[in-house]
Design a protein around this ligand. Structure first.
Ligand code: FES
Length: 252
């Protein structure tokens, strides 16, 4: 396989991949995507399980299904989920993203989701920085995917705000900087036969309510009463370079 994951597999393998994917996305350990984020073993120390939101298909600007094969390795894309105003980074990595044990800012443990696609290289993360909630807007973005340094994976999520760096190959864990928790993961569903993608939930420390509170005035101005609308049945995917007019370069 070349450097653009997401091509169709053969029939039986594709079906097996699909079943495996659905199993992994729908059930994380013993806990399935069914309702709000819960703690499996009581407050405080139990593992986090995924938070199911609506099933939203990723589409291009013309409304056609967005395919995994359209993701070039290392080129960040943006869509919005689970709310119409909350941005997500979608990307294909040069190697598989693995499930690793993580914990959120409240010390709730969870196991990250592996990547999806034929080689488990497609991942999606909330693009709201876990430190002070910087996020990409159509005007400017201070948070983006950048090349990793020598001791890092090939690509990292880097927020210029205070130079937090996150590892997209390992559940968005914090590599360096002041961020107190990993980026929230977006659970994706991949159809091996059609190569189509759906967002179905989140996993990890969500920042959505803090985001709405911090940016309430701006979101009201831009979206009015629709600022907190859940994502519709489809969400448009765009290259990050096309989504924001200015991509702020970081010094670090
Ligand atoms: S807001 Fe992103 S590192 Fe501070």
């Amino acid at each position: 396989m070349g450097s653009t994951p997401g091509h169709e597999g053969d029939g039986n393998a594709a079906q097996a991949d699909r079943r495996d994917l659905l199993h992994r996305v729908a059930c994380l350990g013993a806990a399935c995507l069914a309702g709000p984020l819960t703690l499996a073993h009581g407050q405080g120390q139990g593992p986090l399980v995924a938070h199911a939101y609506g099933r939203t298909q990723l589409v291009d600007k013309q409304g056609r299904p967005f395919k995994g094969a359209q993701l070039a390795v290392g080129e960040p894309h943006i869509f919005h989920y689970p709310y119409e105003t909350t941005p997500v980074f979608l990307m294909a990595l040069p190697r598989a993203a693995t499930a690793v044990p993580l914990s959120d800012g409240q010390k709730h443990r969870y196991e990250s989701l592996p990547g999806i696609g034929p080689q488990q290289r497609i991942v999606a993360y909330s693009a709201i920085c876990a430190h002070k909630l910087m996020y990409p807007t159509p005007q400017i973005s201070f948070i983006n995917i950048r090349k990793g340094q020598a001791d890092e994976p090939a690509h990292v999520v880097h927020c210029c705000g205070d130079n937090s760096r996150y590892d997209p190959t390992q559940g968005g864990r914090v590599i360096s900087g002041p961020a107190p928790q990993p980026l929230a993961m977006i659970a994706l569903e991949w159809n091996a036969a059609s190569d189509e993608l759906h967002a179905v939930g989140t996993l990890g420390g969500e920042m959505f309510q803090a985001f709405f509170e911090k940016y309430e005035a701006r979101l009201q101005l831009e979206r009015g009463a629709n600022a907190r609308n859940r994502s519709a049945q489809t969400s448009v995917v765009q290259a990050a370079s096309a989504f924001s007019r200015q991509l702020q370069s970081c010094k670090a």
